[in-house]
Design a protein around this ligand. Structure first.
Ligand code: AHG
Ligand code: MN
Ligand code: MN
Length: 337
């Protein structure tokens, strides 16, 4: 992986503008959309950093469409993205984890040709304990005239861009427009994201696995056997693997992108499709992992080729270094033999 020191002073804005040159015929609308989105990320980052001070921590009385309690910071991040993007003139329609219905652009505002799907704050159960949280997004081109549900139900391979922000020890912004993955760190003293990793490649040899192992007894036998296998001592293959689980999906996947290994959120006896959402969690992450040379499947099928029927639907998700994901698939395929 090419590591660029921040003293090269390549800003995210420069980078986005330069990426536009690689796409012949680009109108600048996509570039504008990314600029608007990174503005929203800067606002959310500021508010996450101030959360304790502003008393935005803690539960609201609302529950989201999944019946989960929504934290105030989730709502705030959601509203920030919606407000900025509705005013951007680039958006046809949006879908968010926090909104039951699609989000349209008011009649009196300009509409654009892009479709944005997002999880405004991922890892919300970690907000109150000061553990890393993030924002995940995917971008499509609209396929209907006016912008409707069909637009947010496109398969993941149709994404023209995807990325995430991570509000950790620093704020990181990672994105891809289908020509590799690039990573930036925010320097709050100058208000800019600076390039830190160019053309990120996921390590293919690694010994990390990331899963909520508390669910072990609810898993299928193939899933259990795979995790048992990772723990068998075998020097040649680097086992036992090291277990890491933050419980903020985007933070676990950020580590997987940089260190390699496998992230797993399987189905279990109570949740036949696992927990993570296909449209605004799994698809953007699968897009990034594939762009970095990794693999992302539901245990059988490529995530990016699944056809969503409902934009809040869930999917089992396995992603990471190619060989680790292939090995998992082998265990799942053999479980009923
Ligand atoms: P969100 O905060 O957007 O609802 O997502 C939470 C998700 C995801 O971040 C993480 O991978 C997963 O929940 C953790 O689930 P468990 O607590 O079941 O391990
Ligand atoms: Mn989430
Ligand atoms: Mn969320």
């Amino acid at each position: 992986m090419a590591i660029i020191k921040t003293d090269q002073l390549v800003t995210l804005d420069n980078h986005i503008n330069n990426e536009e040159f690689k796409h012949p015929g680009a109108s600048g609308e996509f570039t504008g959309l990314l600029h608007n989105l990174t503005f929203a990320i800067k606002i959310i980052s500021r508010d996450v950093r101030r959360a304790g001070l502003n008393d935005v921590l803690g539960m609201t009385e609302d529950t989201n469409v999944h019946g989960e309690q929504v934290k105030r910071l989730d709502e705030h991040a959601n509203e920030t993205i919606i407000r900025i993007m509705q005013n951007s003139g680039r958006i046809a329609v949006m879908a968010s984890e926090e909104n039951e219905e699609i989000i349209t652009v008011p009649e009196n505002r300009k509409r654009g040709k892009y479709v944005l799907v997002f999880d405004p704050l991922d890892g919300s159960s970690n907000i109150d304990v000061n553990v890393t949280i993030g924002t995940i997004f995917g971008i499509y081109k609209k396929i209907t005239d006016t912008g409707g549900v069909e637009d947010v139900l496109q398969s993941g391979y149709e994404q023209v861009g995807a990325g995430y922000a991570l509000y950790g020890s620093s704020t990181i912004f990672t994105y891809s427009t289908g020509k590799g993955v690039n990573m930036f760190a925010y320097d709050p003293t100058v208000g800019e994201f600076l390039l830190i990793n160019e053309n990120v490649q996921i390590p293919q040899k690694s010994t990390y696995y990331s899963v909520n192992e508390g669910n072990y007894n609810k898993w299928s036998s193939g899933m259990q056997s795979f995790v048992d296998y990772l723990k068998i001592i075998d020097k040649d293959s680097g086992r036992p693997y090291t277990q890491r689980y933050i419980g903020t999906g985007i933070a676990d996947i950020h580590r997987t992108l940089l260190y390699g290994g496998i992230f797993l959120y399987p189905s279990d006896m109570n949740h036949k499709n696992g927990k993570l959402r296909l449209v605004y969690e799994a698809n953007p992450l699968a897009f990034l992992i594939e762009q970095a040379g990794g693999r992302a499947t539901d245990g059988k099928n490529r995530i990016l080729e699944l056809k969503p029927k409902n934009f809040h639907e869930r999917t089992p998700l396995f992603l990471g270094s190619i060989n680790d994901v292939l090995k998992l698939e082998e265990f799942l395929a053999n479980e009923n033999k």
